[in-house]
Design a protein around this ligand. Sequence first.
Ligand SMILES: [Fe+2]
Length: 219
Amino acid sequence: MGSKDSAFDEFIRLCRSWSEQMAALKEEALRIDYMRGQLPELLLNRPVVGAILNHIAKGDPVLNMGRCGIFENEILIYLDPQRLFSVRVYFHLPGEFTPIHDHSAWGFNGTPQGALDIVRYRREDDGADPRRASLKKTEQVVLTPGEVGIVHRLDAGIHRTGNTTDRINAMISVYGSPIRRLYIRTFDPGSGRIEKRFPPKIQKRQLAKIAMRQYNEKI
Ligand SMILES: [Fe+2]
């Protein structure tokens, strides 16, 4: 117990050190390069990864797990006080893939164990229609433990992540500062439909606003 706690403290110390280094780097390209080098170190640190999983498993309040991300399988495990970066864990069940989506920030994905699939797409349309896109699959990579894959912001980084193994995988991701946007977009490759996906708390408020408007119209 004690050793797991100290390993979790080590994770927090690591994040604080990333924070200092990131703050000292003024150009985004340098911050991206820095994080490309740092995430593998975290992924391959068995005591720290074990402590992170243990804290999630016991629902430790320090992780603020009630603060929902946009994805159902997402857990925010560290949010830099200056919002320079966040660290998130995602679980993919055997055979499971996320919907195709974009992000509001650059980031890196990797796994501490097993294999992580990343499928990347390119937009073939001109982006003029906010509700429709034509996507072409450009590559599918399988990352082994400690390898990381970059996620670019918005249209440049459309992808899905997943798991083709028969065991649950944990993806650990670091994202930089997001642009001001409360949602991500999901893409249906068959119909070309683009949908906005908001964090559950915001989505419920929006649904309530619509329901309230409709309710008042009926009077
Ligand atoms: Fe993603």
